[in-house]
Design a protein around this ligand. Structure first.
Ligand code: ZN
Length: 227
């Protein structure tokens, strides 16, 4: 598991991502499950506390309270204030974003691909933090995790034009920059620039990650955060 110390240092017990190096593609399902469990345990996470959602490139955010059952809901963002619950989002080119209220100790893990970014899911999650937890935006630290980078995210010109008009960032090389697009949305919402951290690692160029665009149709990287 790659751990994101940059954001953990604000008081998270874990923020990281399981990659291709952790979950080798040649393993059987059983071996994979066993391997994932053992890596989680090595990182201080009890596998039974992991909460996942059915991701559909939506802008739905699920809040997980202390007595939640394990039913899997449809959502693309998960928020909790409960220590010891591990929030998990699967990604293979889409951006995992961690939001952490460092004062009230509330964590969100968000799945922001192209569609989620167009729907401004990160701002929806920030609004939830405001509305449901009375979070102060000055206290929120955000981490933009590894995803397909501006180096590789080529799209047809008409689609690029459309999403440019929606406010997303297109580079000089006619690629989509999901990192900067989400950064822009965070800043627009009032998150301090110094509190926006970025890993800037491309899942498409870097062979340690699964990448949908590079041909990984089933396998995923797992972004995991826990207070
Ligand atoms: Zn790249």
């Amino acid at each position: 598991m790659i751990r994101f110390k940059k954001i953990e240092k604000f008081g998270l017990s874990c923020a990281g991502i399981l990659t291709k190096e952790d979950i080798k593609s040649n393993l059987s399902e059983n071996e994979k499950t066993h391997q994932i469990k053992s890596i989680l345990e090595q990182n201080g996470i009890f596998p039974l506390t992991v909460r996942r959602v059915k991701q559909e490139h939506s802008d739905e955010i699920l809040i997980i309270g202390p007595h939640e059952n394990e039913k899997i809901s449809t959502a693309d963002g998960i928020i909790t204030q409960v220590p010891g619950i591990a929030l998990c989002i699967s990604v293979a080119d889409c951006v995992p974003i961690f939001l952490f209220d460092t004062q009230k100790k509330i964590l969100g893990v968000i799945h922001a691909g192209r569609e989620g970014t167009r729907k401004k899911i990160v701002q929806k999650a920030l609004k939830k933090l405001n509305d449901d937890f009375d979070s102060n935006r000055d206290d929120i630290v955000a981490l933009i995790g590894p995803s397909i980078g501006p180096c590789c995210y080529y799209l047809p010109t008409d689609l690029l034009e459309k999403i440019f008009n929606e406010g997303l960032i297109i580079t000089e090389n006619k690629t989509l920059d999901l990192w900067k697009s989400n950064e822009k949305q965070l800043v627009e919402y009032g998150i301090k620039e110094k509190n926006i951290l970025s890993i800037c690692e491309c899942t498409h160029c870097n062979d340690r990650y699964y990448s949908y665009r590079k041909g990984d149709r089933e396998l995923r990287n797992y972004a995991i955060g826990m207070i």
